[in-house]
Design a binder for this molecule. Structure first.
Ligand code: COA
Length: 534
């Protein structure tokens, strides 16, 4: 055993300051999560309940096995936009009859559960996760369809929701639709494209066009029940496979459907009896990342608090020391970890990373990227030393690696360092951020400074005097803007991560993700990388 030692002094003022700063950020995060939980607000929640209906999260809670966790994804979707936080839908991973499923539920208290542009992205992201990890999809439908005022943003790309459902089915990933209310127009294709459909007596409304539209189109008089009620679909059209007498019955039947899917995981789960918790208290994860991200911290302190038994076998510890690489298990699953130690990535770090990624692929071991990087080193010495080709080597390895990747943004994730460390565009199976994280093309001061130099040069080239006062004001403004745009809530709102998590939950969240990942078969790439520029 190679148990990591710790140098974290929990009595020190630095620790206390770091912890206090993170707790403050967590309180702000909780306030935003509370907005998602509140859905459409008191009035609409009361009206919904008054109709004898359950809220979206209550439906999810009844669907999953008792006392099992639900890992909610993208809860901050739409943050900072004109749409309510959460984007009128709930998505996440939960266990139903012992089967890990990707569960989605419309929130009918938010504008009738209509899908807005961010809700669409959230739904598509959930489908990606289901397909990559072969998780059965259970969709709890009650939606006013497209959010009509923003239809131009959703109508055309929104077709992908239905395409995804049938492609999941074609890939052998089961899909179950539980229709608890309105599912009209395009929404009718959710049950239409699903493998299994459950509808609720006098609640489900599934038709391409409601009574007013039918009257307009053909002059025919009709009503909701005869056009698209559960009785009609269960007895006449055959669109409903299961007829439920009420919501609870529908959820019970959904659990029975999942129980009969015969959906088996590709990998055996590790026996929890043999999984050791970390030797150090995860509570201490709050006191590691400095508020000023320019101050480095040792990522081994983080690793020691998330991996089994704090046991970590470091690879090349004496070479490229600004990147820590090594092997561990997390909830019994083997992982290769790449963690930034000093912020900057140099040529040695990049080559070490490329080699490490190759090794993980040879051994079929998933990779965990722990971000705290300001990017690749710039300057004459480094350019001449080939920093571009070394960085390219790392990015090539990460891009073409076929083992599943997980990313956690702990601190900085700037520039091409974000790419090399498997940022969003590099398709990690899951990506989470801590409230202490920041991500952007570069730091706010650097960006404002670069912009100022460019403008100064441009003025000089035109022979114009440079407005120094204006420059100062502009720099301050740009700094402020870039800072705001690099914060986790902003990025999470845009679906650039799968959620902002409490650092203390990192091990649990990664454990759920690793378990989900092991539902699908995977194999590392053997030699199938692009040309490594040496
Ligand atoms: N786009 C934008 N806003 C919508 C919407 C949609 N598709 N559906 C409902 N809303 C809004 C309503 O305008 C209302 O806003 P308000 O409270 O500020 O006035 C709010 O959401 C709640 O709607 P309401 O009709 O009061 O709720 P309900 O629970 O009684 O009925 C629906 C919900 C979905 C059955 C009903 O609103 C409806 O039929 N909507 C239109 C459905 C449709 O034809 N969609 C197009 C399909 S592509």
């Amino acid at each position: 055993m190679t148990v990591l030692p710790t140098a974290l002094d929990t009595e020190s003022p630095e620790y206390a300051a770091r912890r206090a700063a993170l707790l403050e950020k967590l309180a702000a995060l909780d306030a935003e999560h509370a907005k998602a939980l509140a859905g459409g607000g008191e009035k609409y929640v009361a009206r919904h309940r008054g109709r004898g209906k359950l809220l979206a999260r209550e439906r999810v809670e009844l669907l999953v096995d008792p006392d099992t966790p639900f890992l909610e994804l993208s809860p901050l979707a739409a943050w900072g936009s004109e749409y309510p936080v959460g984007a009128s839908m709930v998505t996440g991973i939960g266990v139903v009859e012992g089967v890990e499923c990707l569960i989605t539920a419309n929130d009918p208290t938010v504008r009738g559960g209509a899908t807005n542009p961010w809700g669409l992205r959230k739904a598509l992201r959930a489908n990606d996760i289901a397909l990559a990890n072969r998780l059965p999809v259970v969709t709890m439908v009650e939606s006013g369809g497209a959010d009509l005022p923003s239809q131009k943003e959703i109508f055309i790309p929104g077709g992908q929701v239905f395409r995804d459902l049938t492609r999941l089915s074609a890939a052998g990933v089961p899909t179950v639709a539980v229709v608890l209310g309105n599912s009209t127009a395009g929404g009718a294709y959710i049950p239409g494209m699903s493998d299994h459909v459950i509808m609720v007596k006098e609640r489900s409304k599934v038709f391409l066009g409601g009574p007013p539209l039918v009257k307009m189109a053909t002059g025919e008089e009709s009503d909701d029940e005869s056009l698209g009620g559960a009785e009609m679909h269960a007895r006449t059209s055959g669109l409903a496979d299961h007829f439920a007498v009420d919501e609870l019955d529908a959820i019970r039947q959904a659990r029975r459907v999942v129980a009969r899917l015969n959906h088996r995981k590709a990998h055996r789960d590790p026996d929890p009896a043999f999984v050791e918790p970390p030797k150090y208290d995860p509570e201490e994860l709050l006191g590691i990342v400095p508020e000023d991200l320019r101050t480095p911290f040792d990522p081994r302190e983080v690793i020691a608090r998330i991996v089994d038994g704090s046991d970590f076998d470091e690879f090349k510890p004496l070479y490229g020391t600004s990147l820590t690489t090594g092997w561990a298990t997390l909830h019994g699953y083997p992982v290769g970890i790449l963690a930034n130690a000093q912020g900057v990535l140099f040529g040695e770090e990049s080559q070490k990373a490329a080699q490490f990624v190759q090794l993980a692929n040879q051994r079929d071991i998933p990779l965990l990227f722990l971000h705290n990087t300001t990017g690749y080193m710039v300057g004459k010495e480094y350019e001449q030393g080939g920093i571009i080709k070394h960085g390219a080597m790392m990015i090539n390895a990460v891009s073409n690696s076929k083992v599943p990747h997980l990313s956690v943004l702990m601190g900085a994730s700037y520039g091409a360092g974000h790419y090399g460390m498997c940022g969003r565009a590099y398709d990690p199976r899951f990506l989470f951020a801590w409230p202490s994280a920041k991500s952007a093309v570069m730091g706010p001061q650097q960006l404002a400074g670069v912009l100022s130099i460019v403008m100064r040069q441009s003025a000089a080239a035109k022979g114009q005097p440079y407005d120094e006062e204006g420059d100062k004001a502009l720099r301050a403004l740009v700094e402020q803007q870039i800072e705001a745009e690099s914060l986790p809530m902003f990025l999470s709102g845009r679906l650039y991560d799968d959620g902002v998590i409490d650092p203390r939950d990192t091990r649990t969240v990664l454990g759920i993700c690793l378990s989900a990942i092991h539902t699908a078969p995977f194999e590392g790439v053997r030699g199938g990388f692009g040309v490594f520029r040496m």
